[in-house]
Design a protein around this ligand. Structure first.
Ligand SMILES: [Fe+2]
Length: 289
């Protein structure tokens, strides 16, 4: 293993893996080395670019804390997060598709009764949500744990709303015997992904937008079924085709129906205009993976 050159060094590195290495680890490391070397050869990576890359990754790691994960954001904007999802979650045509979890899910969320108002009186257009959870044959899945979280009318999650101490616009629900659950809140807005770190630098350097289309997040967990991590986007959002984290799927674009004051099926719930969103989530049985 001497006098290696730009071609022979790849096999030399791969051949250093010992015979006792876990076969899956060996497969992953070998492919990582082959692709990393191919990348260096393809772009003719300069020494200065290599050093800048090391610095970028070092600064990305330094930004990570228990409440901020810049590496996951980097994975998101490079499309890796949604690619991993696509490779691992190939569902039937009718099953609800996944999207990214994102950074704003909180374990310490409140439990709510069906129909609860989760807005904590934050200002915005009232949103009324009516959902059902069914299996692939359309039968209701009772007792499903459904987590919901979304931003306010300015695009802020509760943790970023000035003066907002309590959890808001989030919580968990249980479906009833019909597989139904519902809540009231305020309509979410489009918002930018965090732009003050290394990911922001990358996005500006590559002339990309930080703006995500508005959405409501859902995490749907029922025993015997694949867990669904997803979100629903308004069909009229300006940013549907430019989502920086590639989370938009056509099946997740939903009608956020707008009603004038005193009209529509829930005119009694509010004095002014409101938005009604209805959606049926379809679960797939667990495959045992
Ligand atoms: Fe979000």
């Amino acid at each position: 293993m001497r006098d290696l050159n730009a071609e022979t060094i790849t096999q030399a590195v791969v051949s250093t893996l010992g015979d006792s290495v876990d076969p899956r680890l060996a497969e992953v490391i070998e492919a990582l080395v082959r692709h990393a070397h191919a990348f260096v050869r393809e772009v003719g990576l300069t020494e200065r670019e290599w050093a800048e890359g090391i610095q970028f990754l070092t600064r990305t790691g330094a930004l990570c804390t228990p409440t901020r994960q810049e590496f996951i954001l980097l994975s998101d904007v490079l499309g890796v997060t949604m690619l991993v999802d696509a490779v691992n979650n190939q569902r039937g045509a009718t099953a609800t598709e996944n999207s990214v979890l994102g950074p704003f899910f909180r374990e310490d969320r409140p439990q709510h009764a069906d129909g609860a108002d989760i807005s904590d009186e934050l200002p915005g257009i009232p949103l009324i949500f009516e959902g059902r959870v069914v299996d692939h044959e359309g039968e209701p899945v009772a007792g499903t744990l459904v987590d919901v979280w979304h931003s306010d009318a300015e695009g802020h999650y509760d943790v970023d709303v000035p003066g907002q101490a309590d959890p808001a616009m989030r919580g968990s629900f249980r479906t009833d015997e019909q597989g139904s659950f519902s809540f009231r809140s305020i309509r979410p807005a489009s918002y930018p992904i965090p732009g003050d770190g290394t990911v922001g630098e990358l996005m500006r350097a590559t002339a990309r937008s930080l703006m995500r289309p508005a959405h409501v997040h859902f995490l749907i967990d029922a025993p015997g079924f694949e867990r669904v991590t997803t979100m629903l986007f308004p069909s009229d959002d300006l940013y549907l085709d430019a989502d920086p984290v590639f989370g938009v799927k056509q099946s997740l674009v939903a009608a956020y129906d707008e009603y004038a004051a005193g009209t529509g099926p829930h005119s009694e719930l509010t004095d002014g205009p409101y938005t009604l969103l209805r959606h049926t989530f379809v679960l797939e049985p667990t495959t045992g993976r």
